[in-house]
Design a protein around this ligand. Sequence first.
Ligand SMILES: Cc1cc2nc3c(=O)[nH]c(=O)nc-3n(C[C@H](O)[C@H](O)[C@H](O)COP(=O)(O)OP(=O)(O)OC[C@H]3O[C@@H](n4cnc5c(N)ncnc54)[C@H](O)[C@@H]3O)c2cc1C
Length: 576
Amino acid sequence: MTSDVLTSSTDSSSAPFDTDVLVVGAGPIGLITAAALRHHGVACRLIEQRADTKAYSRANNLWARVQELLTGVGLRDALAEQAYVVTEARTVLNGRPVDPVALDDVESPFPNALYSGQDVMETTLSDLVADRGAPVERSRRLVGLEQDAEGVTVTVADAGDHDGDSDAAAGTERIRCRYVVGADGSSGQVRELLGLPLETESFPGRINRQVDAKLSWRRSTEPDHLTFFYYQPNGFTGVLPIWGGYHRLYFVQDDTGVPDRDPTLEEMQALAREVTQDETLTLTDPIWFSRNRFSHGVTSHYAVDRVLLAGDAGHLTMPIGGQGMNAGIHDAVAVAWRLAMVLAGHADPVVLDSYDQERRGEHARLDHQQARGFKTTVERGKVTDLGLDAASRFVPGIGSLIQGTDDLQQLSVHYPDSALNEDHLGGRLLHHKAPKAGERAPDARVVDQHGATTHLFAHTQNPDGWTWGWSLLAFDGGVEDPQGHRAAAVDAVSPWAWVRPRLVTGASTTPPAGGGVVELDDLDHVAHAAYGLKERPALVLVRPDGHIAYRGSADDPGRLVDYCTRVFGPAGGTPA
Ligand SMILES: Cc1cc2nc3c(=O)[nH]c(=O)nc-3n(C[C@H](O)[C@H](O)[C@H](O)COP(=O)(O)OP(=O)(O)OC[C@H]3O[C@@H](n4cnc5c(N)ncnc54)[C@H](O)[C@@H]3O)c2cc1C
């Protein structure tokens, strides 16, 4: 699709391009971005100022939606090999256990959260990205960046062996590329060089202290659950599994009298015994102590022309709720399929422009939600404390109320205002749960042409050579289609080879269409119900990241053609 060295005719870009995309920073987000770009066949390089992978567990979880996204770029299974499957969140309110929350109650092929360690995941990803032809170029630090109409020129210096802290700018190199993805974290340079602000709000007076260690106590140490303790006054503790047989214990509390240094093993054990009311609790073999305070914020934009931001480079999340890295993985996947399409010449500018709009909007929403959640559950005052105490006695399901899972597992992430959305079914009397344009396209069980039970996802996530392919789900609504509207829609999108049609048939009397089109039987209307399309013949176009782009009536394929022309460029032509 793209070549390693490309040339351009304009002044500033008269030098050949060294690569199509330069990814800056080999934290989890840079690694996933580069791996996804390579998966899509894009020529890219990945530079990292650190000489080695950073130690410590930090982000240790992968939520359901993120596992779906990682599957789409062929990364999930390798990460799952060194991760625990977590099925339940347990809550103890003022010493009283309340109802446990099943983490697998969400509609996803991967309902269970995975718990590992960020260092473990980064090592696996470094190997994977090297296998895919973009090895991490270590001890290379971005120090300058200039962009023009055709590309970006990046200045890279040798960062030596100093984990990037050195100012020494030896071994300077200039890299010419078409696009840059700044995945260089919260203290990186790319956002600053773009002049984008990141205003943050702090929550003073609170501190989080944590330890990763071997744990023994009177509760189970099986790594299949999380345990949270809420206690007065406004204390909050979590116990989470860490790959290798360790547990992370973290304690959020008032900072009055807490020394401004990392905690010791003795301090952590004493605090843990007090919080859990378990005098047998013992911590040994510590591998990480840390402390942090709370602040959060989002940058004003995630892209300026040819330079795009991903992960912590654009947002500062609070280390609660396990959302930061997971939110960044959405960025990595979102930027990779867009760049692949643009570089292949199959995308109108709206495709790349929508990255900033969608991801900036979603980060702002998450940021707001986290700050609100922090105030009610972590920075709670006396009244909330008393309310929680009463609720633990009298409110059934209080555990679920505190730890909602659909949101937590990021399945509800959607892009209501995306320029890529077109929804022509809005005015109809559809099932209220029908996912709309911008929302996640749900999975559902269906039956293939050979009578085998399969899933929609198997036919939308990478089933062919188009790793960034789109899928057209043509539902008959469970009613016969004597005029062949669905066949007309399949014909209508044929000029855009990466749009793969799937006929989802609910009417038992409809004969197979034949002609090589994938047909999926849904005679029990499971898929129709998931899309709210019973008795509504409809066309649903699904993007490479599994979000719905377009919904329209099956008898109006012309509208779908207009959509494809707007987003991909004219049939048979190259977009502007
Ligand atoms: C204590 C703690 C607990 C956390 N827990 C969770 C959790 O449970 N779940 C969750 O989802 N998230 C969690 N997070 C957040 C998570 O760690 C971050 O969101 C994640 O590391 C972001 O990844 P990133 O790749 O964007 O940035 P980083 O991990 O910061 O990586 C950026 C990389 O860019 C490199 N770099 C910087 N500048 C340059 C340059 N100029 N040139 C070349 N390279 C450069 C850096 O050396 C670094 O390796 C936690 C964070 C902390 C601190």
